[in-house]
Design a protein around this ligand. Structure first.
Ligand code: GLN
Length: 204
């Protein structure tokens, strides 16, 4: 790979444009992935926020689900935000019965975990300082999932307090897979995308 990684954004549905902008600003070349041919062109992939049930349907209908699973199994770095986190999870709670995921991330994710009354909210959260520095993230959550359970190989990178309960997991990494419940692509804070681009460079 050249020093400029080619990172795809899965462009079936969701906030594709915002991730493209954040990736470009973080030093990557961003490409839209809608087909197996597109997927073959990229070193890594971002699965955006949106609606995971729709994304799952479209990935199955367009013949992308198995190729995506194969690339994940072969070690392609993937970053999923919000619906993208759900798409990477091995197990989901509150999913639709026919909802499939790409999987690979050994976590159980609860869809719409923060409750129906609170569709969206913003909060400052601290991510693992060694990785992201001391400055808090201004994090935007939109009908967001949280991570209910993590396997041994998963590192928790960030948590929030919800209704007085601390430690709700909202950012995780397992080797080449990175996921956040929130949307750093919406706030102009590039640290998560820069971290992902660095993961892709290191993988090369
Ligand atoms: N609730 C959505 C889902 O289940 C995710 C919301 C989002 O990506 N902002 O797919």
């Amino acid at each position: 790979m050249s020093t400029t990684p080619r990172i795809g954004v899965l462009a079936l549905q969701g906030d594709v444009r915002e991730h493209e902008a954040a990736l470009t600003a973080s030093g990557a070349v961003a490409l839209r992935v809608r087909s197996v041919e597109d997927l073959d062109q990229v070193d890594a992939l971002v699965v955006p926020g949106g609606e995971s049930t729709t994304m799952s349907n479209l990935a199955l209908r367009w013949g992308l689900m198995d190729p995506l699973r194969a690339r994940v199994a072969s070690g392609m770095p993937v970053y999923g935000s919000c619906a993208g986190m759900i798409m990477l999870a091995d197990r989901i709670e509150g999913g639709r019965p026919d909802q499939e995921t790409i999987g690979g991330l050994d976590v159980t994710v609860r869809r719409n975990a923060f409750g129906r009354q609170v569709d969206s909210f913003e909060t400052n959260l601290h991510m693992t300082a060694a990785t992201f520095g001391d400055r808090p993230f201004h994090a935007v959550f939109i009908r967001a999932p949280w991570v209910e359970q993590v396997g041994d190989a998963v590192t928790v990178l960030g948590t929030v307090t919800e209704h007085g309960v601390p430690g709700r997991i909202v950012a995780v990494q397992q080797g080449h897979l990175l996921a956040t419940s929130f949307h750093p692509e919406l706030t102009g804070d590039l640290r998560v995308h820069e971290y992902f681009v660095e993961m892709v460079r290191e993988q090369a």
